[in-house]
Design a protein around this ligand. Sequence first.
Ligand SMILES: O=C[C@H](O)COP(=O)(O)O
Length: 255
Amino acid sequence: MRRFLIAGNWKMNGGPYDAAELLQGLKEQKAEVDENVDVLVCPPFVSIGMASEILHDTDIQVGGQNLHFEENGAFTGEISGSMLVESGCNYVIIGHSERRQYFGETDETVNKRVKKAIEHKLAPVVCVGESLAQRKKDEHFDLVKNQVKAALFGLSEDDAMDVVIAYEPIWAIGTGETASPEQAQEMHKHIRDVLAELYSQDVADGINILYGGSMKPANAEELLSQPDVDGGLIGGASLDAGSFSEIITIAEDLS
Ligand SMILES: O=C[C@H](O)COP(=O)(O)O
């Protein structure tokens, strides 16, 4: 029996009004989800409260798209772990390639945020992945290995069990281009091997490794059928209640 996590990353889309409409649609289609599939939506910060309220009587969980590694203080524009918890989150995305690319996120700050998330019992969804140039230079396996090791640096085996890894080939994000199922499987297996080397095979087997990069209803089945693909981190298709529900149903059928 497989266990999947289907996570929607709304990115900078969906203020409270649009979020309410989208979530009502999702709730109508998928308020109840099979027990072997976890479902998560990560709206922008301003819509998290609304999402928690609308989804409180469903099987759909809520997460943040980032958190700061300090507890509180003079950090204009930042959000803390306790604020996310208070708003109803139990997951948080960390180190998305867009944060690394546009907002100066580094392996070191990713690691600090991961530790802070765990302190707050928020499951960190740690994003890793290579650019097209890095893949063409055949650097992708080493790069992803280093990103995983740096993100989990200093984490105990127990803490590592709460982590989710999302492999996002940057060249497949929002481009409509998708890694082939074979490319996804190859990298997911590599990540699992890195986790086994860092901890143990049991820990590695217990960590969900999600694929992110233009996952949609048309390609979800072949991606989720790969033995080491344990779910999806879905951008564009999570903004449509019908498409996101379809992907959840595909995961339910495969679980
Ligand atoms: O966080 C989600 C990923 O960046 C994938 O986004 P996408 O499904 O729009 O390609």
